[in-house]
Design a binder for this molecule. Structure first.
Ligand code: ZN
Ligand code: ZN
Length: 432
C-alpha cells in the first residue's frame, strides 16, 4: 500500500515554519519525504499511482468523513479565477450542504458533477449578491440539470420583513415569473418549487436544521446592517463553521470554538483596497477594517477560536496580494491555516485534515439524476395558473405571435417520427 497520503497534516507553526519556508504559504509541509523510500518498491512504468490532487467522482467518502470544497472564495467584484462565496460540505452519511451561493459559484458546482437532487439544501449567511447571487442558477439551472424535487433554502430574517430571506425569495420568484411560466408544460415541473426557511437573525446558537444526525445552528454576524448570520454544522463528532461575512464578534469566538474547520472572511489588506480596487483611503479603511475583517483581525479571531484548521477567504488571492494577507494574519495567529482559493478541498476525519486542490473538467453536462424525470403534462399550465402563475390565457403564445410563425412542419414532423421509431412509442406532433 502506498503511504503517500499526507492526511495527518502537521499543524503549521506559521511564525516558525511559514516565514522561514516562504514557499508553504498555507503551511502544509511535512519533513518526511514519501517520494522515494515508501513508493520506490512499487513504482512501475505501467501502473497508475495515487495522486496528490482531488479528481471529483474518483474517491469514495468514508462513513465518518467530511469533505469540504471551496466553490467560491472571491469578492463582489467578479473575476474568472474566483467565484463569490460558496462552500460545499459533503458528509459520509450522504448529506450535502451549500453554505452561501455567491455569484459565479454555480459553474464551480457544476464542474463537480454531483447529481442535483443531492444539492437541494442552501444555507445563506446574508443577502449580499456575492453570497446568494447564484441562488436563481441553482434553482432554475439545477432543475434543468436533474433536480426534480424542491430546492430548500435557509436564511436569516431582517429588522423588517422586507429585509429578510423569505421576502428575497418571494421577490426572486416574482422576478423570474416570465422564466418559470415559459417552462411550465415543457419540462418536469417538480424542481421549480422552493422551500424557504427563514429564522430569527438574533438567535444565538439556535438550531435551524436537525435531520439525519446533522445539526446546523446559526448565530448573529456583524456586517453591513442587521440580518447577517454565521453557521455551525455538527455531525459525527466533527464541527464545521462558516462565518459568511462578519466583523469580528463575540458570537463567532464562542460558537466556533474548537471547530475542526473554521471558515471566516478575511479581506484584502487595506493598501491593496486602495491600489487594486481604486477606493479612496477613507473608504478602504472603513470597508477593509469596519465592514469586513482585516487579516490582522482574522488572526486574532482564530487565536481565540483555535480550530483544527482556520480557513481565510474573501480576498483575491494573487501573487502580489497573498503575501500581504499572510504576513498580516501571522502577526496575530500562528496555528493551522488555509488561504482558500476556488477548488481547494479539505478531507476531515478525527484523525487528520487533508488539504488539496481539485482538478475539474470544464466541458461538463448534466450529471445523472437520482430518479427519472417525468414528462410534462398538458395540465401543467392550468395547474400553475391556479397556484400562483399568471392567468391561463397569458400563458403560451397569443394569436399575434402565432401569426408570425414560419411553417417548418415538413422538417419537424420527421423528427417526431424518428423519435417514435427509435423509442418504440408514439410521439404525436403538436398540432395547432
Ligand atoms: Zn457581504
Ligand atoms: Zn461578501
Amino acid at each position: 500500500m502506498f503511504k503517500r497520503n499526507t492526511s495527518t497534516r502537521i499543524a503549521t507553526s506559521g511564525l516558525a515554519l511559514g516565514l522561514v519556508a516562504g514557499l508553504a504559504l498555507t503551511g502544509g509541509s511535512t519533513w518526511v519525504s514519501t517520494a522515494y523510500a515508501e513508493e520506490a518498491a512499487e513504482l512501475s512504468p505501467t501502473k497508475a499511482r495515487p495522486r496528490d490532487t482531488y479528481y471529483p467522482n474518483t474517491e469514495d467518502l468514508a462513513p465518518d468523513e467530511m469533505r469540504v470544497i471551496a466553490c467560491g472564495t472571491g469578492m463582489p467584484t467578479t473575476r474568472m479565477k474566483q467565484a463569490a462565496a460558496c462552500f460545499l460540505v459533503e458528509l459520509g452519511n450522504g448529506d450535502k450542504f451549500l453554505f452561501d451561493a455567491g455569484s459565479g459559484s454555480a459553474e464551480r458546482i457544476s464542474a463537480l458533477q454531483i447529481p442535483y437532487n443531492y444539492l437541494d439544501k442552501i444555507f445563506v449567511g446574508h443577502l449580499h449578491s456575492d453570497h446568494f447571487g447564484a441562488v436563481p442558477e441553482y434553482w432554475i439551472g439545477g432543475a434543468l440539470m436533474g433536480r426534480n424535487q424542491p430546492l430548500r433554502i435557509w436564511g436569516p430574517s431582517g429588522r423588517i420583513p422586507e429585509l429578510g430571506t423569505a421576502a428575497a425569495m418571494d421577490a426572486m420568484q416574482k422576478m423570474f415569473l416570465w422564466d418559470i411560466t415559459g417552462r411550465v408544460g415543457n419540462v418536469d415541473p417538480r424542481g421549480y418549487k422552493l422551500e424557504v426557511n427563514e429564522f430569527d437573525y438574533k438567535g444565538e446558537n439556535q438550531v435551524v436544521y436537525d435531520e439525519n444526525g446533522v445539526v446546523i445552528r446559526s448565530f448573529p454576524a456583524i456586517h453591513s446592517i442587521d440580518g447577517a448570520v454565521s453557521y455551525s454544522l455538527e455531525w459525527n463528532g466533527l464541527k464545521f463553521v462558516f462565518g459568511s461575512d462578519t466583523f469580528p464578534n463575540q458570537w463567532f469566538n464562542k460558537y466556533a470554538k474548537d471547530a475542526d474547520l473554521a471558515i471566516h472572511e478575511c479581506f484584502i489588506a487595506v493598501p491593496d483596497i486602495v491600489n487594486k480596487l481604486g477606493f479612496t483611503p477613507e473608504s478602504a479603511l472603513l470597508v477593509g477594517t469596519q465592514i469586513h475583517t482585516a487579516p490582522e483581525a482574522f488572526g486574532k479571531v482564530m487565536s481565540e477560536v483555535k480550530p483544527r484548521m482556520a480557513i481565510a477567504y474573501h480576498f483575491f488571492k494573487d501573487f502580489d496580494t497573498t503575501a500581504q494577507v499572510y504576513k498580516r494574519i501571522r502577526k496575530t495567529y500562528d496555528g493551522p491555516l488555509s488561504l482558500a482559493e476556488d477548488f481547494m478541498v479539505w478531507n476531515v476525519t478525527k484523525d487528520g485534515i487533508r488539504e488539496r486542490m481539485a482538478v475539474v473538467e470544464e466541458s461538463t453536462w448534466s450529471p445523472p439524476t437520482t430518479r427519472p424525470n417525468i414528462a410534462p403534462s398538458k395540465d401543467d399550465r392550468a395547474k400553475f395558473a391556479k397556484m400562483k402563475g399568471p392567468p391561463a390565457e397569458a400563458i403560451g403564445y397569443s394569436d399575434f405571435i402565432v401569426s408570425g410563425k414560419w411553417n417548418v412542419d415538413d422538417v419537424l414532423r420527421p423528427i417526431y417520427q424518428e423519435a417514435s421509431e427509435a423509442v418504440g412509442r408514439e410521439f404525436p406532433y403538436p398540432e395547432k
